[in-house]
Design a protein around this ligand. Structure first.
Ligand code: ZN
Ligand code: ZN
Length: 332
C-alpha cells in the first residue's frame, strides 16, 4: 500500500513516526553539539555509569561484558578492574585488576601515563601473578615507544592467598576465579580490635587499668566486607561451596552474570562466564546482605535484564539482589 493517502495510516501510527523522526533529529543534534568544539562545553553524561550504596560502601563504576568494567570504592580509595581507565580512577592509588582481558585491563598504561602527566607519586596495580610479567612488558614497550617513564606505577602480581593491606583498617585477599585466562577474585576484609569477651560489661576505668598493667584486653577481629569475583564461571561457586565459602559470607558480593536467558547456558560455559541459573542453583547458600550482579552481555537491553532476572530469581534472593545498571533498573 502506498503512503500519503488520507486514510493510509491511522493517527496512532503517524504519531509514532513523528516521535521517531524527532528522536533521530535530537540524536543528530546532540552529536553535532558534541563534535563541535565551540559548543562542546557540556560533557556527555555516561549512560552506563552506576552508583550502588551498600551498608558500608558507596560503589561507583560501569560494567558490560566485552566493553568495559571498573568499580571504585570511595571508602577504600581502591578500584576493582580499571576498564579503559576513566578519569575517576587516575587518582586512585590501589587498583585490583582481576584478569588481562581488555575490557578489564586495557586502561593500565593510560593510568600510568596520566599519573606521570600529573606528577603523581605511587600507584599500585595488582594483577594475577601469571599475568604480571606480560603486563610489565607492555608497560616497558610503551615507555620505549613513547619515551614516557612509568616508574612510579608498580605492577604487582598476586597469587591465591596473597594479602595486601589497605591502610590499617582493611586488607584485600586474592582468590582464584575460574575463567579462560589467569583470573583473581578479590575479598576485602575489615580489621578491628575489639574487647575480649571476658571484659565486656566492665567499667572503662577498670579496663584501662588492666591495659596499663599489661593485660591484653582486646583481640583482633576480621570481617569480610566485599567479595568481587571479576570474570568467572560457576566453578567459583562450586569451589567456594567446597571450601570456606568466603564468597557466600561476605557482606557484599559482586558477582558477574554475563548471561541470563534460556539457550545461553552453553555460551556461558564455553566462554567461562556465569549464567543467572548458576546463581539461582546456589540460592540457599548466599548469606550476603547485598548481591550485585555485574558484566551483563550487551546483547540484552536493560529492561530485558531486569525483567528476565526478576522472573528467574528465587524469592530468597530477590530483596538482596542489585543489578549493576543505572536506575531505575537496579532493584528487582
Ligand atoms: Zn569481561
Ligand atoms: Zn574476561
Amino acid at each position: 500500500m502506498g503512503g500519503g493517502g488520507l486514510y493510509a495510516k491511522p493517527f496512532g501510527t503517524r504519531r509514532r513516526e513523528d516521535a521517531k523522526k524527532e528522536k533521530a533529529q535530537n540524536f543528530a543534534a546532540s552529536r553535532l553539539r558534541v563534535n563541535n568544539p565551540l559548543t562542546y562545553r557540556f560533557p556527555m553524561t555516561d549512560k552506563d555509569f552506576v552508583t550502588i550504596a551498600t551498608p558500608h560502601f558507596n560503589i561507583e563504576g560501569r560494567s558490560r561484558a566485552g566493553h568495559e568494567t571498573w568499580f571504585r570504592v570511595r571508602e577504600l580509595n581502591a578500584a576493582f578492574d580499571i576498564g579503559r581507565c576513566p578519569d575517576q580512577l587516575i587518582a586512585t592509588p590501589h587498583i585490583f585488576v582481576t584478569h588481562a582481558h581488555l575490557d578489564h585491563a586495557v586502561g593500565i598504561p593510560f593510568y600510568a601515563g596520566q599519573r606521570q602527566l600529573h606528577r603523581m607519586t605511587g600507584g599500585r596495580v595488582y594483577v594475577p601473578a601469571d599475568a604480571a610479567e606480560g603486563m610489565r612488558e607492555i608497560m616497558t614497550i610503551y615507555e620505549r615507544i613513547t619515551g614516557a617513564s612509568f616508574e612510579e606505577v608498580e605492577v604487582i602480581g598476586l597469587a591465591v592467598g596473597d594479602v595486601v593491606p589497605l591502610g590499617r583498617t582493611h586488607e584485600v585477599r586474592a582468590h582464584r576465579a575460574t575463567h579462560r585466562v589467569a583470573a583473581n577474585a578479590y575479598e576485602v576484609i575489615e580489621l578491628r580490635h575489639r574487647l575480649r569477651d571476658e571484659f565486656i560489661g566492665r567499667e572503662e576505668r577498670e579496663i584501662s587499668e588492666l591495659r596499663l598493667s599489661g593485660v591484653t584486653v582486646t583481640e583482633e577481629w576480621r570481617r569480610s566486607m566485599l567479595f568481587y569475583t571479576g570474570d568467572t564461571d560457576r566453578g567459583i561457586l562450586e569451589q567456594s561451596d567446597a571450601q570456606n565459602g568466603e564468597l557466600f559470607k561476605s557482606e557484599v558480593l559482586m558477582i558477574e552474570c554475563s548471561f541470563i536467558i534460556a539457550g545461553h547456558e552453553e555460551r556461558a560455559a564455553k566462554y567461562r562466564h556465569i549464567h543467572f541459573d548458576d546463581i539461582a542453583a546456589f540460592a540457599e547458600r548466599f548469606e550476603n546482605e547485598t548481591i550485585v550482579l555485574t558484566h551483563f552481555s550487551r546483547r540484552y537491553s536493560r529492561t530485558e535484564i531486569h525483567d528476565e532476572i526478576r522472573r528467574r530469581c528465587p524469592s530468597v534472593l530477590r530483596e538482596r539482589i542489585r543489578l549493576a545498571l543505572p536506575e531505575p533498573y537496579q532493584r528487582l
